[in-house]
Design a protein around this ligand. Structure first.
Ligand code: UDP
Length: 316
């Protein structure tokens, strides 16, 4: 275990070696918290947190949280970010995705209950499925196909929300639920299959950019620093949620591809490939609740965020 000496709180982060998890670990350590990172490394990468091992306030366990989770000593909060999160990953690992969202959430709620810790669930805009209400407010119950290929992620996260609320209501566990919308930035895995990483890597390599379908489907992209600031605001608040944290500026995938080409100065062309099954037609968060209750809103524009992310991929 870590021999941390700072006066902050002791926080367990699952998915610590992943894209969001690694950013959260850095942000918590920077503000003086002690971090126990857990990851089974099936989609995470130790390179994302390599620099943290020098910090006495950071410790790491390689473990699959779908099995019983043991953490010695006091814990103030459990942040559950472990899961394959890119459609490509969860289509390749459907059973693990279902398990980490269900059994994993259950184990970590048990840990939080035992330790008297706050439980923080990384939920998702995918709970809204292919939404018929636009933009999506937290009161919308969603439009998910439970038996489609994406259902493994969507339903696991929906179950996780239900389980967290049951522990909150029945056991009195202090809970936070965040619904995360498309987030991008440094430390994304180049081959993760998500649209921002895929298009940036293609543009930098001078390869054709792959647009699935006609590219008229929309997403709303949040830069990771904004997103993580939102997580900490929620963690430090008294709000249970669920609460949307995302950037409400909405783009078609075609617009995104054009901006990627512009920002990278690439000579790449665009090719069209088949649209994946159940790919949502539109997605945009209503962030009224986050603005009012957390005083949070994103500040990084897509162009600037893409420039910073391109810089990261260039360096790899
Ligand atoms: N997409 C695309 N080209 C790619 C990867 C994704 O056009 O190379 C599309 C995908 O079909 C979806 C959107 O971009 O409409 C966002 O996909 P992503 O995998 O990033 O996440 P999602 O929002 O679907 O979970």
């Amino acid at each position: 275990m870590s021999g941390g000496t700072r006066s902050g709180r002791r926080i367990v982060v699952t998915g610590a070696a992943g894209f969001l998890g690694s950013h959260i670990c850095r942000a918590l350590l920077a503000r003086g918290d002690e971090v126990v990172g857990i990851d089974n490394l099936i989609t995470g990468d130790l390179a994302n947190i390599e620099a943290l091992f020098a910090d006495d306030c950071f410790s790491f366990q390689r473990h699959d949280v779908s099995s019983f989770v043991h953490v010695a000593g006091p814990v103030d909060a459990v942040l559950h970010f472990a899961s394959p999160a890119s459609p490509k990953d969860y289509l390749e690992m459907p059973i693990q995705t279902l398990k980490v969202g269900s059994l994993g959430t259950h184990n970590l709620l048990g840990l939080a209950k035992d330790k008297g810790a706050t439980f923080f669930l990384a939920s998702t805009s995918e709970v809204y499925g292919d939404p018929q209400v636009h933009p999506q407010t937290e009161t919308y119950w969603g439009h998910v196909n439970p038996v489609g290929p994406r259902g493994v992620y969507d339903e696991a996260k929906r179950f996780g929300e239900a389980m967290a609320m049951a522990y909150h209501r029945y056991h009195g566990v202090d809970v936070r639920i965040v619904r995360i919308f498309n987030t991008y930035g440094p430390f994304m895995r180049p081959g993760d299959g998500r649209v921002v990483s895929t298009l940036l890597v293609q543009a930098l390599a001078g390869e054709p950019l792959t647009i699935y379908g006609d590219g008229e489907q929309t997403r709303s992209f949040c830069y990771v620093d904004d997103e993580v600031r939102g997580f900490l605001a929620l963690l430090d608040s008294d709000e249970v949620g669920p609460i949307n944290i995302g950037n409400p500026n909405e783009f078609t995938i075609k617009q995104l591809a054009e901006l990627v080409i512009e920002v990278t100065g690439s000579t790449s062309t665009i090719v069209h490939e088949p649209l994946p099954v159940d790919d949502p037609v539109q997605r945009r968060p209503d962030i009224t609740l986050a603005r009012e209750r957390l005083g949070w809103e994103p500040v990084v524009e897509l162009r600037e965020g893409l420039e910073r992310t391109a810089e990261y991929f260039r360096g790899r």
